[in-house]
Design a protein around this ligand. Structure first.
Ligand code: PGA
Ligand code: ZN
Length: 447
């Protein structure tokens, strides 16, 4: 523990409350207040296509908010977590996170709730950064000379559980790999988003420009190829070159269209075996400038992930989200089996900042790329923007360039890039740029 006692850093109070997320569902917000009067505030997101191995968010299950209230989680912060943390120095992130894990005592944080625990964990880091008078990304990674900005993977067509259409694939993303700066990357995406809106309106009418949970359009399409064709066309009609200025990426979230009984997948009005589905992706990659595929198979099929990685992993990033659930043990199993070459990093899947950082480190040490990610149910909290810069992952996904809870993250990245000036590097054309930035984070105390 940090022993230089300094009131600026000593926890004096913790407040917790129930707020609403971007889907209108309750979630937890926490304020950590130090003796010096500094306040760190954080709130937690919530997924819809959740992995079964994720840490558990607890909900009240009573008459309020159709059972979705989080007053029990709020109570756990006030009655159990707060008394254990008063008087501790907020710079002890790792020790505090381990204390939270210990207080909970379950393998999946189901006693106190990952929603209660994570809100505290993130608010601690924010309070420490504020009390140190440095931005969060610098507090998390203080010793860097240069910082790698993330390429924003922007989900502009929503399907699966995030939309009221028939698209099986959950996310169709544009990836501004040819931009020179994050600021330019964001503009590329916004311009393509406007063009896509025009195309959808002209071709399918007004209903097609309704949006899904992550701010992308949710047009009444059935076939993945139609969505991908629209993206290629939108890129071209915006004056950009597909595959050079902007590439494509998908998150299949395949657990959501997997039929457990038959072991098959329903996609594009067809029933595919895992082998057929693998060939389906191989064909997609041949036809479209796709550089990244997330969750191509259901969440227990390590072999399926490994076989696709073996087949196209040298050219395409294969990302594990529901497969790994930001869990070090599941990631280590994936590494042993050669499943994926990238990790999707969602702090609320594991429940504390330190554990998420450890999982990211395991990934990078094993040559896996890391994409920092939002959830489909988000808040205005911008923690993940700073996290992506601190870790120098070179990749983030935070939805479309629209809707406040999504743009909050991208706008924070604009501010960070501006502040860093020539110390900010945009990984133009390269998903593996992060390798030059990989170092130990002091916050993990050598772990
Ligand atoms: P979720 O979706 O937040 O609904 O889980 C995001 C994703 O699958 O990446
Ligand atoms: Zn996913």
């Amino acid at each position: 523990m940090t022993d230089v006692s300094d009131d600026r850093f000593i926890i004096a109070d913790i407040k917790a409350r129930e707020i609403l997320d971007s889907r209108g569902n309750p979630t937890v917000e926490v304020d950590v207040i130090t003796k010096g009067g500094v306040q760190g505030r954080a709130s937690v997101p919530s997924g819809a296509s959740r992995g079964v191995h994720e840490a558990v968010e607890i909900r009240d299950g009573d008459y309020r908010f159709k059972g979705k209230g989080v007053l029990r989680a709020v109570k756990n912060v006030i009655e159990i977590i707060k008394p254990a943390l008063i008087g501790i120095d907020v710079r002890n992130q790792y020790e505090i996170d381990m204390k939270l894990v210990e207080l909970d005592g379950t393998p999946n944080k189901s006693k106190l709730g990952a929603n209660a625990i994570l809100a505290v964990s993130l608010a601690i880091a924010k309070a420490a950064a504020m009390a140190s008078s440095i931005p969060l990304y610098k507090y998390l990674a203080p010793n860097r000379e240069k910082y790698l900005m993330p390429i924003p993977f922007q989900n502009v067509i929503n399907g699966g559980k995030h939309a009221g259409n028939e698209l099986a694939i959950q996310e169709f993303m544009i990836v501004p790999i040819g931009a020179n700066t994050f600021k330019e990357a964001l503009r590329y995406c916004a311009e393509v988003y406007y063009t896509l809106r025009d195309l959808l309106l002209r071709k399918y009418g007004k209903n097609a420009i309704n949006v899904g949970d992550e701010g992308g359009f949710a047009p009444p399409l059935r076939f993945s190829q139609d969505a991908l064709d629209l993206l290629v066309k939108s890129i071209e009609q915006s004056g950009y070159i597909p595959g050079k200025d902007l590439a494509l990426a998908i998150d299949a979230a395949a657990s959501e269209f997997f039929n457990e009984k038959s072991g098959t997948y329903t996609i594009d009005d067809r029933t595919l075996t895992p082998c057929d589905l693998r060939d389906y992706y191989v064909e997609l990659v041949k036809t479209y400038p796709i550089i990244s595929i997330e969750d191509p198979f259901q969440q227990e099929d390590f072999e399926g992930f490994a076989s696709l990685t073996k087949k196209i992993g040298d050219k395409v990033q294969i990302v594990g989200d529901d497969l790994f659930t930001t869990n070090p043990k599941r990631l280590e199993m994936g590494v042993r089996m050669g499943a994926c070459n990238a990790l999707l990093l969602k702090v609320n899947q594991i429940g504390t900042l330190s554990e998420a950082l450890i999982t990211a480190k395991i990934a990078m040490k094993n040559d896996y790329a890391v994409m920092v990610s939002h959830r489909s149910g988000e808040t205005e909290d911008t923690f993940i923007a700073d996290l992506a810069v601190a870790l120098c992952t070179g990749q983030i996904k935070a939805g479309a360039p629209a809707r406040g809870e999504r743009t909050a993250k991208y706008n924070q990245l604009l501010r960070i890039e501006e502040e860093l000036g020539s110390r900010a590097i945009y990984p133009k054309g390269r998903l593996n740029h992060w390798k030059e930035f990989f170092t130990d984070l002091p916050i993990l105390k050598g772990l």
